[in-house]
Design a protein around this ligand. Structure first.
Ligand SMILES: *Cc1c(COP(=O)(O)O)cnc(C)c1O
Length: 377
């Protein structure tokens, strides 16, 4: 099955009970048993719900794993994955991971004894150097937010295997349409499905796919025990969103390419961050491990004042956090998504006051370029 076909026909694409072509929303908490324990695969909706199950089978197929799991948010998914570890365990993470991931590691999971170290994983030596006797996993985001840094997932997974560590990849920015970390040797792939997978700025959700029966059993145990599951309505919205993921990503890719070209040639733009650029330090790795470069672009306009001017004039790009939807969004990471990171640390990472991040949508690109052009005047 080719990728766009799988998005539509993967998983459980119709209701076996009725033939309904849109998988129904099973708005139900409990299921009648024909005698104690005699159920049809569902007992209680925290443990399993047919609509959530259809979504979980679909994301499993798309990422090419052994089991899928749907959670109430990306952060619930990430937290559940870290609940696979024990007090005293240590994990190595990409230094510019999503702010919420940094927060849960350093303000919540540290309190239950899960230790973390943040390094620039785009250089494997940094990972190697931090591996300790109690290290249990490498957690990678590639590309990262907002500087679009790329880590060689295959090489990192090889290094991890050598040291008996799990490789976990947050694949939110690439989506399973462009990049499949399990095929590159990762053990667990996860998504904030709030972004491209949902794709319409109308649902908050998280998805995880694992590559072994043991991990599937362990993560199902955590999911059922801690209970951060996705409801049936939101599961249905994601199934619906996934059907058009391919055409949305193709359109986004084409728009982004044109916008990057425009920005690169604009005199008021100092630097453009995009893995599709040949000048990107890990462009070759990005090209090898992903089929597309995505719709996230950051560019530096020199100062917070310049960034403010753009924000006040832009029309079609909505000033908002989040990303990955049909509508184009714009933000200033230093004062929005990355505001919770101390200024000193932001400077270290290169997240300047004049850094503007856009999430390219699927509007007509001529309109988007015209809009950026007038805002940059
Ligand atoms: C948004 C995001 C998350 C968190 O997901 P929520 O659905 O907001 O909880 C995690 N990782 C990345 C890369 C994200 O962009």
């Amino acid at each position: 099955m080719k990728p766009k076909t799988r998005l539509i026909h993967g998983g459980i694409s119709e209701d076996p009970a009725t033939g309904a072509v849109s998988f129904p929303i099973y708005q139900v908490s409990t299921y009648k048993q024909e005698g104690v324990g005699g159920h049809k695969g569902f007992e209680y909706s925290r443990t399993g719900n047919p609509t959530r199950h259809a979504l979980e089978e679909l994301i499993k197929d798309i990422e090419g794993g052994t089991a899928g799991f749907a959670f109430g948010s990306g952060m619930a998914a990430i937290t559940a994955v870290f609940m696979l570890f024990n007090s005293g365990d240590h994990v190595i993470l990409t230094d510019d991971v999503y702010g919420g991931t940094f927060r849960v590691m350093t303000k919540v999971l540290n309190r239950v004894g899960i230790d973390s170290t943040f390094v620039d994983t785009s250089n494997l030596e940094n990972i190697q150097r931090e591996i300790r006797p109690n290290t249990k996993a490498i957690y990678i985001e590639s590309p990262t937010n907002p500087l679009l840094k790329i880590t060689d997932i295959e090489a990192a997974a090889k290094l991890a295997k050598k040291h008996h560590l799990l490789t976990i990849v947050d694949n939110t920015f690439s989506t399973p349409y462009w990049q499949n970390p399990l095929e590159l040797g990762a053990d667990i792939v996860l998504h904030s499905a709030t972004k491209y997978i949902g794709g319409h700025s109308d649902v908050v959700a998280g998805l995880v796919v694992v590559n072994s029966d043991k991990l599937a059993e362990d993560l199902h145990f955590v999911q059922n025990s801690t209970g951060g599951v996705l409801g049936p309505q939101d599961s249905w919205l994601l199934i619906r969103g996934i059907k058009t993921l391919g055409i949305r990503m193709e359109e986004t890719e084409a728009n982004t390419k044109a916008i990057v070209e425009f920005l690169q040639n604009h005199p008021k733009v100092n630097k453009v961050f995009y893995p599709g650029l040949e000048s990107h330090p890990n462009h070759e790795i990005a090209k090898r491990q992903a089929r597309g470069f995505g719709g996230m672009v950051s560019f530096d306009v020199g100062s917070g004042k310049n960034a403010d001017q753009i924000l006040s004039r832009i029309k079609y790009f909505t000033l908002a956090e989040s990303l990955g939807a049909v509508e184009s969004l714009i933000s200033v990471p230093a004062r929005m998504t990355h505001a919770s990171i101390p200024a000193e640390r932001r400077a270290e990472l290169g997240i300047t006051e004049g850094l503007v991040r856009i999430s390219v949508g699927i509007e007509d690109v001529e309109d988007l370029i015209e809009d950026l052009s007038q805002a940059l005047q």
